[in-house]
Design a protein around this ligand. Structure first.
Ligand code: F6P
Length: 505
């Protein structure tokens, strides 16, 4: 839209997220190698930074980041300009203890597990004195440091600064920013689910009140789905007394400041995804993967993450093989899993659980297959962070399994819909944000329903070709229409409107 374009011509986006767009690693010859940061936030905001001048504020997460930041500081440079990328970078440098508390005790697992309704799965991260210590000396401290760094970027900006905060790591930053700069435009997007107000009672009142209070310092708070937005309004109402909520307009007035609550379902950049999927690297992987495909191929791509429900996915596959022995030897399950957050005990345990269930299934059917004279391994695990390989695999599924317990959106479902070349079917959890947009053309399952998931896998594998083709086409068109550009344009357009209203006053 016109007013968003005009805004971009005048604005500097100040993007803030825990994980930055690039990681620095020190090579043996003393130079720095840069590697693209991983995850949905980085992918989405890297695209946003292509449209206008952007400064990215992020935590130094690798030893290389830290060294590179310190080098810049010694040279008196405020920002780092990475060799490729459309942004400049400012690192936040917390000390390791503060960072550990912030990232490995509060953000993950406490907030992450709470917001995915995983308080008790697989193990409760109880709130004890260590949690409180991590809150005060980790989460609060690092959020304050983010606010300081963002303020420095705001002061240095020659154009109008628009601050776009990302996700659950930074819930307290808007409060600190608003105290110091009452006039600044602040927007925050929450990439993960926002659970119901009752569920928030599992964190102490003082924490949830501080989170709600600070989020209301934003001018706009964005969510993936209307449910998450509604749950946020309810949570604010249940926890703060001095607010007025207009549910129809989705606006909250608190202490004289208005916060708009909006919905922006995130998506993928089809051109970029296709480019990576067609790269030489991806093609090399595709050749290698061919020998793993079978008459029927089920694929999943996830971080090795409890909320992704990987173990139940394998249990459903086991059930499928039990119920349909005619499939023995004819179906393969390829799982591409990226190890994640390995400093959090629950994630290490979860990787062990995944390996155990895969080992059990492969052993069980190895015996069966041997009796029938077939040489067959039902599950193949591919562990590691290899985006081109994952995209290459997605071209070839007959069924893509996306059975997350809860998920903010789930971009794998969208990447799969775009790339698949076999009229593959998506088995999609009702708990994923993507269910809202893609549910009509996927086979949908309740994430804990193992029997139902097994049946959906069977239905997906054996569905008549004409129906598969229709569903695949509809899914693909939906993803192309609701792409990442639209996600960004909708946010910028709301920001432009907010700014126009302010100037008119
Ligand atoms: O929004 C969730 C998210 O921040 C995504 O960027 C990505 O899926 C994942 O979490 C990355 O997690 P981490 O930065 O902790 O590895």
């Amino acid at each position: 839209p016109e007013h968003a374009r005009e805004l971009l011509d005048r604005a500097t986006l100040i993007i803030a997220s825990n994980r930055g767009p690039v990681e620095f690693h020190l090579a043996s010859d003393g130079t720095f190698i840069t590697k693209r940061g991983t995850g949905g936030v980085v992918t989405a905001m890297s695209a946003a930074s292509r449209y206008t001048e952007a400064i990215w504020v992020a935590c130094a997460m690798t030893e290389g980041d830290r060294l590179r930041a310190e080098m810049a500081r010694e040279a008196g440079e405020a920002v780092i300009t990475p060799p490729d990328g459309d942004f400049r970078l400012r690192f936040v440098l917390p000390d390791p203890d503060a960072y550990f508390g912030y990232y490995n005790r509060i953000a993950n697992p406490l907030l992450w597990f709470l917001q995915h309704y995983l308080w008790d799965t697989p193990r409760a991260p109880d709130v004890d004195h260590l949690t409180w210590d991590a809150w005060h000396h980790g989460y609060v401290t690092v959020n304050r440091m983010f606010a300081e760094e963002i303020l420095a970027a705001v002061s240095a900006a020659h154009r109008e600064p628009l601050v776009m905060l990302q996700d659950y790591h930074l819930y307290l930053a808007p409060g600190f920013l608003r105290e110091r700069r009452p006039e600044i435009v602040l927007q925050q997007f929450i990439h993960i689910p926002w659970p119901d107000q009752d569920y928030w009672r599992l964190v102490p009142r003082a924490m949830r009140q501080a989170i709600c209070r600070s989020l209301l310092a934003n001018d706009i708070v964005g969510f993936q789905t209307p449910q998450h937005a509604r749950s946020f309004l309810n949570t604010v109402e249940a926890n703060l007394d001095d607010v007025e909520i207009d549910r129809r307009q989705r606006e909250i007035v608190s202490r004289g400041h208005t916060t708009r609550v909006r919905v922006y379902p995130i998506s993928i950049d089809p051109a970029h995804v296709l480019e990576v999927a067609e790269s030489e690297d991806a093609k090399r992987h595709e050749e290698h993967l061919r020998s793993f495909l079978n008459e029927y191929t089920i694929i999943r791509v996830d971080r090795a993450e409890p909320s992704k429900n990987v173990v139940r996915g394998f249990l459903a596959y086991d059930r499928l093989l039990e119920a349909h022995p005619e499939l023995l030897g004819r179906v393969n399950f390829l799982a591409f899993l990226v190890p994640s957050r390995l400093e959090v005990a629950e994630y290490i345990d979860y990787l062990d659980d995944i390996n155990a269930v895969v080992g059990r299934i492969n052993a069980k059917y190895a015996n069966v297959a041997e009796h029938q004279g077939i040489n067959w391994q039902p599950v193949h695990l591919f562990i590691g962070d290899d985006y081109p390989r994952a995209l290459a695999a997605m071209k070839h599924y007959d069924v893509l399994l996306v059975n997350a317990i809860f998920d903010g959106m789930n971009l794998v479902a969208k990447e799969g819909a775009l790339l698949n070349q076999r009229n593959g079917v998506i088995v999609l959890s009702e708990g994923a944000g993507a269910y809202q947009e893609l549910g009509r053309w996927a086979l949908t399952v309740s994430p804990t329903d193992i029997e139902g998931t097994a049946q959906a896998l069977y239905e997906g594998l054996t569905m008549p070709e004409s129906e598969r083709a229709l569903r695949a086409r509809q899914l693909r068109e939906l993803v192309i229409e609701h792409d990442l550009r639209r996600w960004i344009a909708d946010q910028l357009s709301d920001l432009a409107q907010l700014r126009a209203e302010r100037h008119a006053r």
